[in-house]
Design a protein around this ligand. Structure first.
Ligand SMILES: *[C@@H]1O[C@H](CO)[C@@H](O)[C@H](O)[C@H]1NC(C)=O
Ligand SMILES: *[C@@H]1O[C@H](CO)[C@@H](O)[C@H](O)[C@H]1NC(C)=O
Length: 659
């Protein structure tokens, strides 16, 4: 739309977010129609970028006050008083100087957080990205549109090429909060043609524009597949032929080729060194170039995966396969790996530095809907369209590898996963009780954590800051004093249902409010993180910031949002629901929990932790298997807590439905 300054001024208003649902004020309604008017009728993906407001720097006083409030339930009085002294000392001595630099930065940078966040949280981290940083997204939960591996990959890759073309033309509808307020699309720019390149001190993200081939891995061999013929994309049936040719190819891997990709799974420094030493020239350089410059990476796996109600832990092994596979069959540095299984199921493993999960999720929603509802399959399960045998065959990459590298198997074997479908009730009932589904689940997680570990812990929930230019995420510290009070009431046999419900409401409201503050630029953690980075640049030592930044997130959580509800009519096609995705635990002795709320009656959880968790109880068990068993029982406890929670909350919820 025209009138940029007006539009930006309009978009800088965030008061609507704090109004409770269904009770929109007249001024907010008026404001929404103005936003709509300035948006034009069919805006392009990037139309609003220049009108998006800049992320504001909160005041130090506000951030510190919110921080202290957030750690109150986690500290005893003595510890809390010490923390207060540290914080106040920081406020009075160094804060003003650091804050000045930050405000200065916020004037010239489009976003005062995002470049540092990418660099310091992702690219400078020297630990393996597999499990620790990359995340995965699953296929449709119940449906597999064809059981032919090559055909499914054919449709899905073709749908991705369509998505990519729409992306470069900006033809996707801009993402919006509240259906109207545009969100930033910057992160989508590096979805394709992108690789993370390892370096000794820091990695970089390499994005190229002219990428016309795909890299395919199958049984230890790397193949290059051209995506264009005669100036157009390969059709699904042509892609199917190419993938079938690879599946049919029985040639052996070259020496060292089988486990080559394990380099991308291990620590970054050894990989950077090996890359310089062995991949700087000759065939190795050419082949590595072909991988790193591919549009994306496809793995044709040889073992079936997917949710199977008849098999316990089928979702768990599917999750582990997507997150790390065999450690040498995914190229973890690519912006994403598409993974294809012999039973037709698929999934995605995504690198995290270039974007957050909702970005990849947006593409995946589009691809699944296009695959099932637009491209479709023949009755025999092949891609539609003529078979074209005239295409040149996929070519194999050549390598001269001096020795094979150790695989990163230890890291992968250490991850325990548990996927669970919660079907007793879902968003439908929760909303009828006029509660935010997210707050509901976060409180359930607090209760589960307390029942599992007997203590409260620092909890991370990610929220988006994409209503601001180049915004990424902010942390919601969802273990609040109000949540603690609610959990204690749940555990106190003497507490009445009415008391529990009242505490639940209070805690849910608190959570909602924190979430809204985070989305509108008044969070805690990104501000403190940036103050810390400034302190490092200036060589100013701050015990307070050091302490804040070193506190581990023992419970790390994230909701996978559903973004394009218009693509699939869930009421008409209830089986076409996504299974969401997940990530590894952030702390060695903590849990990672990701969840997706689909339709009215399904919540899918993805829970992860490490077998090697240095928890005192677990450390007593010496043998691997007993630790394994113990962990399993811990995870199923967590699951059973969800179940008992549903029962214990169900009654008060029904009660509030009837009043
Ligand atoms: C990726 O490469 C393709 C093919 O050359 C190009 O058309 C496209 O603009 C690139 N996409 C992005 C998002 O950079
Ligand atoms: C793959 O092998 C099967 C069985 O040998 C054969 O029928 C089919 O034509 C082959 N497909 C391609 C694309 O080469």
């Amino acid at each position: 739309g025209g009138g940029l300054p007006v539009h930006r001024a309009l978009l800088s208003y965030h008061g609507w977010i704090f109004e409770s649902h269904g009770k929109m004020s007249t001024s907010t309604k008026l404001w929404l129609s103005l936003v709509k008017m300035f948006s034009g009728r069919r805006p392009l993906l990037y139309s609003f970028q220049a009108s998006l407001p800049r992320l504001p720097v909160p005041s130090v006083d506000d951030t510190i006050q919110r921080y202290l409030e957030s750690v109150r339930p986690l500290l005893d009085t003595k510890q809390y008083n010490q923390m207060e002294i540290l914080a106040n000392d920081f406020k009075e001595s160094k804060a003003a100087q650091l804050q000045r630099y930050l405000i200065l930065k916020s004037w010239w940078a489009t976003n005062y957080v995002s470049d540092w966040w990418e660099e310091y949280i992702y690219l400078r981290s020297r630990s393996p990205i597999m499990v620790n940083s990359n995340f995965y997204i699953m296929d449709l939960l119940y449906m597999t549109p064809t059981h032919r591996q090559a055909a499914r990959a054919g449709n899905v890759v073709h749908a991705m090429l369509q998505y990519r073309r729409k992306l470069e033309r900006g033809e996707h509808a801009p993402l919006r909060a509240l259906g109207t307020v545009p969100m930033c699309s910057t992160q989508m720019e590096r979805m394709f043609n992108t690789t993370r390149i390892p370096g000794i001190e820091t990695d970089i993200v390499q994005h190229l524009t002219d990428r016309k081939h795909l890299l395919v891995y199958h049984k230890g061999r790397f193949f290059q597949v051209w995506l264009y013929t005669g100036g157009r994309h390969l059709l699904p049936s042509e892609l199917e032929t190419q993938f079938q040719r690879i599946l049919n190819d029985t040639s052996e891997p070259q020496p060292g080729e089988l486990k080559l990709a394990a380099l991308t799974a291990g620590s970054r420094v050894p990989w950077a060194r090996a890359r310089i030493k062995y991949f700087g020239q000759g065939v190795n350089k050419a082949s590595l170039d072909a991988i790193e410059s591919a549009a994306f990476f496809l793995t044709l796996d040889d073992e079936p995966q997917g949710y199977d109600p008849a098999k316990t832990r089928s979702l768990d092994s599917y999750a582990k396969s997507l997150l790390h596979g065999k450690c040498y069959d995914r190229w973890f540095d690519k912006s994403f790996n598409l993974i294809s299984y012999p039973n037709g199921k698929m999934g995605i493993n995504a690198e995290h530095s270039w974007a957050d999960a909702p970005i990849v999720g947006h593409m995946w929603e589009y691809v699944l809907a296009t695959d099932c509802f637009h491209l479709g399959y023949t009755e025999e399960g092949h891609c539609k369209g003529d078979v074209n045998k005239g295409l040149p065959c996929p070519s194999r990459l050549q390598w001269q590898i001096p020795k094979s590298y150790l695989s990163a198997k230890q890291i992968a074997d250490d991850v325990d996963f548990h996927g669970c479908l919660f079907t007793e009730f879902g968003k439908g009932l929760i909303k009828k009780c006029r509660t935010s589904p997210d707050a509901f689940i976060q409180l359930a997680l607090q209760l589960a954590q307390f029942r599992d570990q007997g203590v409260f812990c620092l909890t991370y929930e990610s929220s988006m800051t994409r209503m601001f230019r180049d915004g990424r995420t902010e942390t919601v510290r969802s273990c609040t004093s109000e949540a603690e009070a609610f959990v204690r009431a749940m555990e106190d046999a003497g507490a009445t249902k009415a008391q529990r419900l009242a505490l639940f409401r209070k805690a849910a409201d608190k959570h909602q409010n924190m979430y809204r503050l985070a989305m509108t630029g008044s969070g805690i953690d990104r501000h403190l993180f940036c103050l810390y980075i400034v302190s490092k640049y200036l060589g100013v030592d701050s015990p307070f910031l050091k302490k804040v930044l070193s506190e581990p997130w023992k419970l790390s959580t994230s909701q996978t949002p559903q973004q394009q509800l218009n693509l699939v009519d869930i009421n008409k096609f209830p089986k076409y629901v996504g299974a969401g995705g997940g990530f590894g635990p952030v702390a060695d002795d903590g849990y990672g929990v990701s969840y997706i709320i689909v339709g009215e009656n399904l919540i899918t959880f993805h829970i992860s932790c490490k077998f090697s968790c240095p928890d005192t109880v677990r450390a007593q068990h010496k043998s691997y298997t007993s630790v394994f068993m113990l962990h399993l029982s811990q995870l199923s406890d967590l699951r059973s807590v969800f179940h008992s929670l549903s029962l214990s909350l169900y009654l008060p919820l029904c009660y509030c439905l009837t009043v």
